[in-house]
Design a protein around this ligand. Sequence first.
Ligand code: ZN
Length: 188
Amino acid sequence: MSSNISVYKICGFCGLEFLAKKTTTKYCSLKCASKDYKRRLKNQKIENSNLQTIKIKNQPLIDLKDKEFLRVRQLALLLGFSVKTVYRLINTKRINAHNFSKRKTLIRRSDIDVLFDQPRIGFEIVLQPTEQGKQAEIKDCYTITEIQKKFNISSGALYNLIKRNNINKFSNGKFTYVAKKDIEGFLK
Ligand SMILES: [Zn+2]
């Protein structure tokens, strides 16, 4: 379509103003058009490469979602926990696992799903280790300082652990106590 119009446009590559014969013209010259094409091609390649990288990174996770049994390391990856945390959850019986041999602990995927199907029940059973409303006796408790010394843990890490696992703690006088049986499983 030829016409006699001239319109001022900004070149899509060099950014300079130019006089175009059509309103749809994007570039000031063939050179700019070709350079922009190459630039877009390059960007597309970079983007594809990045997508590929993301895909490869996520692949293990995608594969894990279909597995019937998981190793400890795989479950950690799936849940976004550290391996240590998963072992602790197993040791405190919050996650079912079977130990076939050293380094061969398997967790059934469906057991993990069940945890999320009934979160309320799970919480009530698991997160109230001391009997209902009854505080453990002082002789069966550690103070925060005692725990820190005995298990060589910083107070920040300890409070985090208590908070994260909803471990019961109570104050008596100027001390804060935690039942030995409530905390030991997490620290041994
Ligand atoms: Zn240009």
